[in-house]
Ligand binder design. Sequence first.
Ligand SMILES: [Mg+2]
Length: 262
Amino acid sequence: MNRHDFRAPLVARAIENAVEARRVIREAKALLFDWDGCAAIADRPEPAALALMAGKADAFAIVSNNTSHGRGFFTDRLRAGGVMLEPERVILAGVETLRRARQIGPRRALLLASPRMEEAARRMGLELSADEPDLVVLLRDTRFSYAKLTQAANAVRRGARLLVGNPDRTHPSVEGRVMPETGALLAALMTCVDPQAVEVEVVGKPHPTLFLRACEALGVAPHEAVMIGDNPDTDVAGAAPLGLQCILVRGPGGLDLADLVG
Ligand SMILES: [Mg+2]
């Protein structure tokens, strides 16, 4: 049975007007920012996001489904925008998925990921092998290939456990274009196996892990924090059931990030 239902109905709601959103931000103990399409567009931090972060300098975190980069990628970009953030407050689906793989225990893992994350996995002590792996770890892999799909599909069919960074099929790029995400690779893999027989463990949003880890890093309870994101299915649907207040920006029904400042 799949733990993640791609078509889960949206029951969680975000704050719908800017005045209320500004009040909630002012009163919140901490802010959690999604990155792609929210705090940054094509990895360039948005001025309004930088202003909101500066207003809660010691009490904000990045909570991103990114599975290709390490924390320094984000702290460097924020620093260039004049905002300092310690790496412990960058909570990433990729890093957390490798942590989860480590926590599952000593296993041979087939890792589909960027070279950077492969290196991070080795540093964390994961044994990586395409030879009869008993764990398949799927992150965004821009070198995804027919050969890798064959290896992953057969490993899962043989009973290897499947751990996935995020369920997102795309993330926004420049000029309205999209970048295929980890979920697109997962969709390819799932067409090669019996989906009823495979349990997919997803670490990223909308699952609770990243939100809870961010609250822990900031020393706040979920109800004391606000999640600001652009994706109702991951940012809002994931955060609201944990008790976080949610603000949706951009897209249909979303507020303008610039209207949240002040
Ligand atoms: Mg986003």
